[in-house]
Design a protein around this ligand. Structure first.
Ligand SMILES: [Fe+2]
Ligand SMILES: [Fe+2]
Length: 212
């Protein structure tokens, strides 16, 4: 399904631009960034990530899961992913407001990077494989989003340029991980994929597989 391939490719860029935010945070502490740099990050996140990437997750993938693959839309992973998207947008707003205040902007840049890494990891390790499998089992083998507009393409290119201007860094404070266990919503607003999505027969079937 082409949509999943596109999402995963887009995640590679989001992951790297998140690393660029860490570099930005380091440079901003030394007074080596400009308001224009911050504005470029904001533009990339608003136009390409929220406006194109998150939009297709919420408007193309989620309805297909709810309407065609018996996935609950009112609890579990889907609302928690939507809440993540809102949180990312709020952090981008905060980052924009803090630009010009190096002490504050660096801290928000780091928080945004950590948020994006966790988000990409939970989608790559849980949401996408589980969604793909469910759609396929329900006979959905084609899923396509829309093409990016010229502005969205330009914003994606701007993201690539940001990774050249601010070579991505890891953050040693962050431990990344796969699966529900690494997700901050687990046990808070979401009971995890097994509880929220799996049916009784599915749990039985997976247990048989695990037992070999
Ligand atoms: Fe997402
Ligand atoms: Fe995503």
């Amino acid at each position: 399904m082409r949509l999943f391939d596109e999402f995963k490719t887009e995640h590679l860029l989001v992951d790297r631009v998140a690393g660029s935010l860490i570099r930005f945070a380091e440079l901003t502490a030394r007074g080596q960034t400009s308001a224009e740099d911050a504005a470029d990050f904001v533009h990339f996140f608003r136009v390409f990530v929220a406006g194109y990437h998150h939009e297709r997750e919420e408007k193309t993938l989620f309805p297909a899961l709810v309407e065609r693959a018996e996935v609950p839309g009112d609890r579990g992973p889907l609302p928690s992913i939507e809440a993540d998207h809102r949180e990312a947008s709020a952090l981008v707003d905060e980052f924009e407001e803090a630009s010009g205040n190096p002490g504050k902007a660096g801290g928000i840049a780091r928080r945004l990077a950590h948020h994006l890494w966790e988000h990409v990891d939970k989608e790559n390790s849980v949401l996408f494989p589980e969604s793909f499998e469910r759609l396929r089992r329900n006979g959905v083998t084609r899923l396509e989003g829309r093409e990016p507009t010229a502005e969205e393409r330009a914003a994606r290119d701007l993201g690539e340029k940001l990774t050249e201007r601010f070579p991505p860094l890891d953050d040693p404070e962050v431990v990344r991980g796969d699966g529900c266990i690494a997700c901050s919503a687990f046990g808070e607003t979401c009971g995890g994929i097994e509880t929220e999505w799996w049916t009784t027969w599915e749990r039985e079937y997976r247990r048989t597989l695990d037992e070999g």
